[in-house]
Structure formats: structure tokens, C-alpha cells
Design a protein around this ligand. Sequence first.
Ligand SMILES: Nc1ncnc2c1ncn2[C@@H]1O[C@H](COP(=O)(O)OP(=O)(O)O)[C@@H](O)[C@H]1O
Ligand SMILES: [Mg+2]
Length: 246
Amino acid sequence: MSLLQISGVNKHFGAVQVLNGVDLTVEAGTVVGLVGDNGAGKSTLMKTITGIYAVDGGDVQFSGESLIGVAPGARRQRGIEMIYQDLALCKQQDVAANIFLGREPVKWAFGFLPGFVDKARMDEDALKMIARLGARIPSIHRPVGMFSGGQQQTVAIARALTFNPKLVIMDEPTAALAVREVESVLKLIRQMRDEGIAVILISHRLNDVFEVTDRIVVLRQGRIEADLQTRKTQMREVVSYIVGAH
Ligand SMILES: Nc1ncnc2c1ncn2[C@@H]1O[C@H](COP(=O)(O)OP(=O)(O)O)[C@@H](O)[C@H]1O
Ligand SMILES: [Mg+2]
């Protein structure tokens, strides 16, 4: 049984058919690159997995169960996380606050009064999570807006991991990064895979896709144009599928 199995998914917005009979499977502990031109339907397809969009037809199964009619929050509980391109971090807040955003551990004053956020525990848990990623953050007490793009990406990944995901979807995680930082994000992706997490990586940077994925799936005008094993594939083949010249 595949972790994720999408079959025959259709989605339209008004008169525009954005997804057309899409089939896609993703196994646990693998990294799948999802590539395609702007407007190909990549983000829309991912939102049918997270539950932001309902499908018009077809099925999305996760761990053998259909997600049709399941709300986004319940899908997250089942192990689906998406890290958006803008990361959705609170730039003025520090690392721990961002990792536990909205779920701050509360210290029960005198054993029964829910008094205040347990900042010491948050810091400790945040440090543990960063350490698990083998990542380096200069100070967890600094507002994340002061960190580099790669460090912010690390915080967003750490946040996603606190939900114990089985699948992490990343939309263009390396697009805005300095070259030096790309490698550290790719390392985090490999690490998630080694922990048995499935990763779907949306990226325009084919070098990154080739470096870190097991499979490359090309979406073009809402259809799966190719589903390729990375190590058996040349970059120019992928490019020709993206532009529809294959
Ligand atoms: N909420 C929406 N309402 C109407 N059209 C949309 C919406 N979201 C995406 N689209 C359209 O769907 C198509 C695919 O978009 P998208 O999934 O964002 O592609 P990609 O992520 O591959 O660039 C585009 O033509 C886009 O304009
Ligand atoms: Mg997109």
C-alpha cells in the first residue's frame, strides 16, 4: 500500500480545467519532485492533498483511507504537512514561539490555574527539534525575521515536524535562498526521508530536484506528462516534458 495514492483527480476553477485525471502515488521514505511550468497545476494539486480544495472527481487516499470529505485539520492529524513558499512564520517572534505557534505548552500554576506559557519548556523543545534536524540556529531567542532564508526554512521544517508528519509537501523551498544555504535545506529533506517521511518537493530548480529526489513527476496543463526515476533520467528529458516537446 502506498502512503499517498491520488487517482483520477479532476479540478476546475470556473471554465478552466486545472487538473485533468491526475494519478500520483508516493511511498513512505521517498522524495518526489513535482515540476512544471507556472500555471501547470502543481499548487492546486497539493491543495487537494491538504484539503484546502475539494476535488471535482477522483480520489485521494492516504494510508489506505480516502480523504474525500476530510477537513484540512483532520488531514494534518493524519500526518499531512505543507510548508508554503512564504513559510507563514511570525517574523517578530523567536524560534520557539514559531515552532509552537498556537500550541504553546502551558504551565499550570499551583497545579490548577492555567497561568502562563511555559517558555523554558518551549525553548528546550525548540532546541531539541533543531538538534534533531542537525541544523544550526545562532540564537533561538532572536526574532526569526533576523535570520537568513535558509535558517527560516529550518524553523518552518522544525515546526512541521512537531506535528509528526508522514508526508511533508514543500513549495519552492530553495527558490529564495543563497547558494550556500540550498545545500543545508537539501540535507534536511534527505534527513526527513531517512526518518521514513515522504517528501513532495515542488521546485523550478532542476539541479536541486535531481540532487535530492527519487522520482520526478512532470505536470503540464493539469495532466501528468511524465513520472520518472531520477537516477535513470537526464535533465534535458525533464525539460522537454515540461515544455511539451517530448
Ligand atoms: N483559487 C483559484 N481560482 C481560480 N483559478 C485558480 C485558482 N488557483 C489557481 N488557479 C488557476 O489554476 C491554474 C493552475 O494554478 P497553480 O496550481 O497555482 O499552478 P502552479 O502551482 O503549477 O504554478 C492557473 O491557471 C491558475 O490561474
Ligand atoms: Mg504554484
